[in-house]
Design a protein around this ligand. Structure first.
Ligand code: ADP
Ligand code: MG
Length: 340
């Protein structure tokens, strides 16, 4: 066979294989888009564990009608400043919407503050329909139906509606902790629901949001962490050893406001608690690292939850040291046993 370029839809479906692992990945991308658009309120509704329906509504900037078709075109973004070293927005690859549209039935309805009327674009398994007028509030509504209908192999790997719904709720919580001033809700036939009122700005807002998401009990059984080493700041909250868990699912970490799941951070947490927790117990944490963006690479993986630090030893040392000091300062010593 002669060499030919892949079709646009094939290219997007291949990208979807990386970016869109499961329904929670769609929720992550759509909620991040809403936040990048300056939303003060983000409402998520799902059905069938997100496989039959995901709907994300925001009151952000909206998308101009003339740009709707670009929003679903590959590698088109309004966020990159032509400098890969200066990424401020949560998104920047221009990959999410075309990927989602290639494996589902996607509809985007939007209106900007300036526009009198709203408009809608639909993509069905990669086929883009033309833009048409549609009534819309200011902001954007994105609806994803029948996720993975176009890629049955991926659909087979889903863990069941309950597990997918739980992963979606976890995703919303993870992001919500980083944006305490924004109202988030999660609703729909899937039983996991959330309603997080705006918690305000600054350190108080952050603590209030952490308490909303992780529970008042966590707030009452946690210690504040605040440490600085060579320009890298670590602050947030760690549970006391007695408030530990059987798994590490309740560990929330952020780098420059971006939710991350990072092996280095997880390992440093384990080391910091090694003297006070048995191996099979895990602290609950919400920790925020702040450092010069030039010292951390957020462009490691398309799903963007991995990061790479220029000086991993410094970051690890900062976390381990800060946890040990925080525990010691509150008089917690080795052999304190963990229990739920
Ligand atoms: P990226 O977020 O990397 O730019 P996406 O494919 O997620 O790529 O989105 C493409 C573009 O569509 C964005 O750059 C943005 O201009 C627009 N967009 C997507 N979602 C929204 C939204 N909720 N509100 C406003 N604009 C949006
Ligand atoms: Mg995006």
């Amino acid at each position: 066979m002669p060499i030919r370029p892949l079709s646009e839809t094939m290219v997007n479906q291949i990208a979807a294989g990386e970016v869109i692992e499961r329904p929670a990945s769609v929720v992550k991308e759509l909620v991040e888009n809403a936040l990048d658009a300056g939303a003060t309120r983000v409402d998520v509704a799902t059905a069938g564990g997100g496989l039959s329906l995901i709907r994300v509504t925001d009151d952000g900037s909206g998308i101009p009608e003339a740009e709707l078709s670009l929003a679903v075109a590959r590698h088109c973004t309004s966020k990159l400043t032509d400098d890969i070293n200066d990424i401020r927005a949560l998104g920047f690859r221009g990959e999410a919407l075309p990927s989602i549209g290639s494996v589902s039935k996607l509809a985007i309805r939007s209106r900007t503050a300036e526009a009198e009327n709203g408009a809608e674009i639909a993509v069905d398994g990669g086929r883009v329909a033309s833009v048409r007028p549609a009534p819309a509030n200011r902001g954007t509504l994105v609806e994803v139906r029948d996720l993975f209908f176009a890629t049955p192999a991926r659909l087979k790997f889903m863990k069941g509606e309950r597990a997918e719904a739980t992963a979606i709720a976890d995703t919303v919580k993870r992001i919500a902790i980083a944006f305490p001033e924004v109202r988030f809700s999660l609703s729909g036939p899937d039983r996991s629901t959330l309603d997080l009122a705006p918690a305000g700005e600054g350190p108080e807002g952050r603590l209030a949001r952490v308490a909303q998401v992780l529970g008042r009990e966590f707030a009452e059984n946690s210690l504040a962490v605040d440490a600085l080493r060579e320009g890298v700041r670590l602050d947030g909250y760690i549970s006391i050893p007695a408030y530990s868990r059987a798994n590490a699912l309740q560990q929330f970490a952020y780098v420059n406001g971006r939710p991350v799941r990072d092996k280095l951070i997880a390992g440093a947490l384990r080391a910091g608690f090694a003297d006070v927790l048995p191996r099979d117990r895990h602290p609950v944490t919400a920790l925020f690292l702040t450092l010069d963006p030039a010292l951390v690479d957020v462009n490691v993986h398309p799903a963007k939850s991995d990061v790479r630090f220029r000086d991993p030893g410094l970051v690890r040392g900062l976390i381990v040291g800060a946890i040990r000091e925080t525990l010691a300062r509150s008089g917690i010593r080795a052999a304190t046993s963990g229990a739920d």
